[in-house]
Ligand binder design. Sequence first.
Ligand code: HEC
Ligand code: HEC
Length: 338
Amino acid sequence: MRLFRLHGSVRGSFGTAVLFLIASACAASQLSEPISPIVAEPISPADMPIVELGEKLFNSTLLSGNMDQSCASCHDMKHLGGSDGRPKSIGTPGHPGRRRTPSIFNVSNNFVQLWDGRAATLEDQIESAIYDKSVMNSDWKTVLERLNTDPALRALFDSAYGAEANAENVKDSIAAYERTLTTPGSRFDRYLEGDDTAITLDELRGYQLFKQYGCASCHQGVNVGGNMFQPLGIIGEPGAYFRENPGATSLDQGRFEVTGDVADKFVFRVPSLRNVALRPPYFNDGSVPTLDLAVQLMGRYQLGRSLDDNDVKLIVKFLGTLTGSHRGVPLDESGKHP
Ligand code: HEC
Ligand code: HEC
């Protein structure tokens, strides 16, 4: 489909009429869209005990070395879009986190895990979280001893796996729970599925700009991101982004820390933009407080474009349509229900 420059010449009532035509054309030709809707997959009855156990473990402090935090302490699934709202993770006593806690809604749709992709699967991520000093700071021996001396948990392991807790089934159940953390039903997905009234005209214009500027060359697919690695700061000399933005932390060299390849300096997995409006601050170091600023910086350092304020506002409006629902409750409402 042809991309339209919607800002500037196409304005006013004539522009509005044109936009309605574009709106219908877009809904009709969703196959060519760079973003695809999240498909809600019901949990099979056979998997239910495994998922329920995984959710219990996710919320259990028995997994942390000094039993003072659970996975949910940092990944708040009720209030903060699956993140913690802090610029950098709180870490554990004596071992502060180095990066911002990412949202784990829709994680199973990312091609690798963590900002630098050093975990290939959800199970690998859990393995590293148990030992990581700034996450659980523990080890399997300690964790399994605790889980297997808790009668209620033993019963749950028995009904889910017919066995006591071991490293494999702990990872399997938490990962199974994480795979259920999808957020279908966003207004944008409804639009993609053919409901032209699901988003406003401004939001549609924002989406057109998102495609037209080239944002969708990196933020695409079902997670609107999460399917490739890209450097932070492609435009200009290497490292210009960090020099020109004093709050940004160049100490984190991203994927270079995993591969040792100079070409991977400051390369990160492109983050998903699902539910992005709910979880400031932004970027891997949490140095960007607002979505407006994140969009401006992206234009400048990823695309070499200076976005005017109106275009930024429209793109931010579009990003707001990516907020979905979990277990039937819209994420922007879920904090209001205890
Ligand atoms: C102290 C805070 C903290 C705790 C506790 C914690 N996490 Fe995280 N989590 C983080 C941070 C920070 C990252 C990003 C680290 C990185 O990329 O280097 C992360 C990343 C992740 C990711 C990858 C998300 C993505 O987008 O790549 C998953 C999945 C995850 N955590 C699940 C868990 C699970 C399961 C537990 C419990 C076993 C847990 N976390 C405990 C802070 C925490
Ligand atoms: C060349 C690839 C690329 C392009 C093009 C691109 N981005 Fe990004 N985007 C990234 C990467 C990589 C990050 C992660 C930066 C970091 O935190 O280190 C990111 C981060 C973001 C974030 C912050 C997300 C978060 O959770 O912290 C937003 C919002 C965003 N991009 C929106 C946009 C918009 C809007 C455009 C178009 C104006 C755009 N991006 C263009 C690669 C790209």
